[in-house]
Design a protein around this ligand. Sequence first.
Ligand SMILES: [Fe+2]
Ligand SMILES: [Fe+2]
Length: 301
Amino acid sequence: MFTLAHLSDPHIGPLPRAQIRELAGKRVLGWLNWNRGRRETHRMDVLDQLLIDMHAQNPDHIALTGDVVNLALPGEYPAARAFLERVGKPEQLSLVPGNHDAYTKGGAIRLLSEFDPWMRGDGAGAHPLDEMERFPYVRIRGKVALVGLSSAVPTAPFMATGKLGVRQVTKLRAALEHLGKEGYCRVVMLHHPVRRQDAGPTAMLTDADRLTGVLRQIGAELVLHGHIHTGRVHRTKGPNGPIPVVCTPSASAAPERARWPASYNLLSIDGERGKWRIRLTVRGFAAAGHPPEQLRDERLC
Ligand SMILES: [Fe+2]
Ligand SMILES: [Fe+2]
């Protein structure tokens, strides 16, 4: 059996001091937002407790579905990288970026170099990769194929939408087809939700239909995402039956303040081609003042 841990949206804080010129444009709104409440919602002591509990479960691999930073300020990256190093070595941790990691155009470029080792496919070598070359990346771990997508694009103020683009989805189709023929359990990771209604017009994946089209025709065994800071499971159509789609709340959400306190998923994967068995166990904070515990346990397929 293979155990994959899934966490998302750590929103590492506190925000560093920023220069006035760095807060121009969209970042001013993000800065105000952070100081008006987000800094009390995303608590690093909560995240630390969750990480200790997750590491104690000894997962075979960890998937992190984005929003590591907040405003993509240059000063946020040292703490963000230290956090990633604490979560797992690049070969043990697969990251896909979120909209906050690509908050501005500069942020979108910077994240590729800052988070590079955790977003590199098997056999990619060490040469620099641009976004087009990098995504989707594929990492094979035992019978499991992890497929990492980037839906992180810089957007206008008040917008948090995501987009995959035609090129990435075309490459995804080919990768899923190949991995399916090889008999792997295909796990697709992205930041934004697959269903538009989960996020609304200002935060949805604008080309979700492209993704669901590929999933419907080619298939995958599991889809993981974050972004909506909510624990949720639904199914999307696949060629051989429904494909489970799983979201997890923010890994730093304070139980005193957040509607969905911090938790993470453990996905136990067993079986073989055409007969995969996947079990979901959710662990996290049931209430303030309690240590992380098991919150839910169900068979997905
Ligand atoms: Fe987020
Ligand atoms: Fe997000």
